[in-house]
Ligand binder design. Structure first.
Ligand code: ATP
Ligand code: MG
Length: 639
């Protein structure tokens, strides 16, 4: 029976793939293009080990980079094994596998509650540390500056570069200088409170194994086979841990495509996959040359793009399919029209028999998804959307701005007022005094505010200013009201804190504000606009809790998360400069670095190669009220 089962499985593998499945011993590298069946080989290898060679599922560790890909792999393997067996398999993302190990051995230390998840938790921590140690410059850092520094620190941690190792480093930028200063403080404060962040999980697991030879030996004896998919995205700390676990037999199979390395910001480096045979000179190397996923025009579009990268191992797959497939560009007026056209196209395809679950909209940044999600829900098309960031209308800058509009409309809106006043250091007692005064005088709090005796002169001045602005806002359209509000000095200072300074010294308004402004232009009155926002906020909540059946809903996800996945129809909005390639990349390019641009190119390559049959690319002529330029990648693809 086993022989027949093997026959059936192998029938769907090409001879080259079959060979890779059967080479189970020793270090092994599969380096091949997108859609060539790498993941399929990995799952077939796993079932081969279990069903044909009698290896126990819990002796095999299968690692990948995204939860979605991990789920997919577990399902693919489960389908080919007797019920229940796949559950024993150690399969998941690095974080999930390592974290489980940590929890198992040191449950106290790694309790969920000690995890620092959000950026703002870290900001607060940094500010407090700064104030505590008398670093005034730290206490007054902009949030974007802290975020930037935290990003650099995270990269160091993923490269296993410790605080003392950077202490005497010559900083190459202001951001790096701040990171050098912050790194030891950040680590010390975390340690003091026994908190940890995501990067600590990786470092913690590595150090636990390295420092406890007995424990390491137990793992090494049990784990006889280790496989890593998407190996191009491995970083140093992950690689070191994998090497520890796979030793001494080194039945380590790594699989990947250097053209799809897209996690540079987390310290991943395609050099690890390209240098694998240097670390393991006895390794066999394998490549696969047929793309089984995509129709031919999609395959060639992908290669015509990625061919522009310099740092790559040149390889090209031929499409297995005779069909040409469909690749087309369209140039809508703006992001709204782009959204409508994508949704119309999906409806059209559904009428022609397409399954909604086989349509995916892949975006570079969340901003691109919003208008499309709104159109989809208006059209009543179900979708999967797992949000990565905090809800748009809940973001602080957005809430702040909206609070002003709410107050203009309704001076009695105490919630909105309270939030605005919190930045003016109005104490709880003052707030209570205000409320009683307002009741006595039978006036909105906002109107009694400037007359309150306890106010300090600067507070009074500011309150008068707010009052004037709000009065002026009362009867104008929302877009004009927003312009007035942005003139308010205090608000401007506040927003400035959150905007990224540009190279040329001009401040750049955050995309969030551009988006609100653009949305406000579609409404004639403030109350219409606010009603629209309330509806959207409710909807967002619904979107996040929706759980439609997989086949019956369109997928809306970031390109980063789409790695390893595939769909019949893929839609890519916003192929314009500043979106893809991303603005940060362009900043870097202006400073003379081209590495980031290569990574953006790989990102687009990943997006394109997710499509089986059709690929639809949107190039809006305007985005959030600003003229756009077509992404340089379009010309590179010869389109
Ligand atoms: P990526 O680089 O995007 O992760 P991959 O190399 O891992 O791609 P797979 O996802 O394993 O590629 O395979 C791509 C598609 O081709 C899948 O739908 C898979 O089932 C199919 N496929 C792979 N090998 C064969 C084959 N020999 N015959 C038919 N279909 C195949
Ligand atoms: Mg794959």
């Amino acid at each position: 029976i086993s022989y027949m089962a093997e026959q059936m499985r192998d029938q769907s593998l090409h001879p080259g793939q079959q060979q890779a499945v059967h080479a189970t011993e020793g270090p092994f590298l599969i380096l091949a293009g997108a859609g060539s069946g790498k993941t399929r080989v990995m799952t077939a290898r796993t079932t081969h080990l279990i069903s044909d060679l009698g290896v126990k599922p819990n002796q095999i560790m299968v690692v990948t980079f995204t939860t979605k890909a991990a789920d997919e792999i577990r399902q693919r393997i489960a389908r080919q094994l007797p019920a229940g067996q796949a559950r024993e398999l150690i399969a998941g993302t690095f974080h999930s596998i390592f974290y489980r190990m940590l929890l198992h051995h040191q449950p106290e230390r790694w309790d969920q509650q000690r995890l620092l998840k959000k950026d703002w938790q870290k900001w607060r921590l940094m500010r407090e540390t700064g104030a505590l140690l008398g670093h005034d410059d730290l206490a007054t850092l902009k949030e974007t500056e802290i975020t930037e520094a935290l990003g650099i620190i995270s990269r160091w941690k993923n490269e296993y570069i410790l605080p003392h190792e950077v202490a005497y480093r010559e900083a190459t930028s202001d951001a790096e200088k701040r990171a050098i200063q912050l790194y030891p403080l950040y680590e010390a404060t975390k340690k003091k409170h026994q908190w940890f962040d995501f990067d600590d999980m990786l470092i913690g697991c590595y150090e636990m194994l390295r420092d406890d030879p007995g424990l390491l030996r137990r793992y090494q004896e049990r784990l006889t086979y280790v496989m890593v998919d998407e190996f191009q995205d491995i970083n140093r700390i992950q690689y070191e841990t994998v090497k520890l676990l796979a030793a001494p037999q080194n039945n380590l199979c790594v699989i990947g495509d250097d053209d799809q390395s897209i996690y540079g910001f987390r310290g991943s480096d395609p050099q690890y996959i390209l240098g694998f045979t240097k670390d393991f000179p006895q390794a066999s190397t394998f490549t696969l040359e047929v793309n089984y996923r995509s129709h031919s025009s999609i395959v060639s579009l992908g290669y015509s793009l990625i061919g522009h990268n310099r740092e790559r191992w040149a390889k090209e797959c031929q499409s297995f399919h005779r069909e040409e497939g469909d690749t087309y560009l369209f140039e809508p007026e703006d992001e709204e029209e782009q959204a409508s056209r994508i949704v119309d196209e999906i409806i059209h395809r559904r009428e022609q028999g397409a399954i909604l679950g086989e349509c995916a909209i892949l975006y570079r940044t969340n901003e691109s998804a919003r208008p499309i999600l709104e159109r989809l829900s208006e059209a009543g098309i179900p979708f999967h959307y797992t949000q990565e960031e905090e809800s748009f209308y809940q973001r602080q800058t957005v809430r702040w701005t909206l609070n002003y509009l709410r107050l203009a409309l309704n001076p009695d809106d105490t919630d909105a007022l309270k939030e605005i006043l919190s930045t003016l250091y109005i104490s709880a007692e003052m707030w209570n005094a205000l409320r009683s005064q307002a009741i006595i005088e039978d006036k909105p709090i906002l109107h009694v505010l400037p007359h309150l005796t306890q106010l300090k002169p600067y507070q009074r001045k500011h309150m008068q200013q707010i009052n004037e602005i709000l009065t002026a806002c009362k009867d104008v359209p929302p877009a004009q009201a927003l312009e007035l509000i942005y003139e308010d000095g205090k608000l401007r200072d506040y927003l400035k804190k959150r905007a990224k300074d540009r190279e040329d010294g001009r401040e750049r308004w955050s995309d969030e504000l551009q988006q609100i402004l653009a949305a406000s232009k579609r409404h004639a009155t403030i109350s219409d606009f606010l009603a629209y926002i309330d509806q959207m906020t409710r909807q967002e909540k619904e979107w996040r809790t929706m759980r439609p059946l997989p086949d019956e809903a369109v997928h809306v996800l970031s390109i980063h998360r789409a790695k390893g996945l595939e769909y019949d129809h893929v839609f890519l909005p916003d192929l314009v400069e500043g979106a893809l390639p991303h603005e940060y990349t362009l900043d870097e390019l202006r400073k003379g670095g081209s590495g980031a641009l290569e990574e953006e190119r790989r990102l687009l390559y990943v997006a394109i190669t997710r499509a089986r049959h059709s690929l639809c690319i949107g190039i809006p002529r305007e985005r959030f009220g600003r003229k756009t330029r077509t992404s340089r990648f379009i010309a590179e693809m010869g389109r």
